[in-house]
Design a protein around this ligand. Sequence first.
Ligand code: ZN
Length: 280
Amino acid sequence: MMWSIIFVFLIGLSVGSFLNVVVFRARSEDTIGGRSKCQHCGVELRAQDMIPVVSYFVLGGRCRNCNKPISIQYPLVEFCTAILFCLFFLRYYYGFSLPIGLDVTQSIVYLLRDLLFTVFLIVLFVYDLRYYLILDRFSIPAMVIALVVNYFLGLPILSMLSGAVIIGGFFLFQFLISKGRWIGGGDVRMGLLMGIILGLREGLVALVLAYAVGALVGIFLLLGQKVEMQSKVPFGSFLALTTIIMLLAGVALIDWYISMVGIPPEIIDFLSQPPVPMKF
Ligand SMILES: [Zn+2]
């Protein structure tokens, strides 16, 4: 068990390292081939400078060649990706927050599905946080992949499509009445993606959670004088974050909420079928 966790953590670090490259290359329009370079001086990185997390601290957060600071994004994304990979692994290992029991093969398939979706969501999260943009080149392939994967795993198509239409439509409505001033078209596609990944019930909770998390973060930043009321908001990042949370622990969160508030489960069930049905 210990070794499995370490193994999953190392895989997560490597994937996180790759995601950093994806985010920066998407910005600079570089081709995917070629060695990684320093953002400032363009010197090619040596192999020993590309060890996830470790290299950043060995180098003291500065480029070996030009001594300019390396973005803290590198170690943060690597570390957080690794932690998320471990959490998803533990979820399926212990069967936490699953609507029904899964055998070993099913657990592995669902684990891989969740990791794949999470990888896309991390890229969307980081990119929007950094550049205030939800890139179509990430959100659209993610939608297609999520739709195909979920369909073949037997997630009710009605739940996915109604989730996509209602959450995407919620953003489309705001986009249309504000003529694109409140939110961008990227948010509409993000809403579609949430519905497809999570289905209607989990997707709606992720949407509400995103506003709650966004408001909390906003209040803290305003109090700390880090932002003003008119500051740009990377709302896609909040949506990506809460989608990951619902993917990881949606069933447990909803059960907990129902038990707290005392809503009859039948009303909740009316909204959607279970998010993890079996077909194979
Ligand atoms: Zn440099």
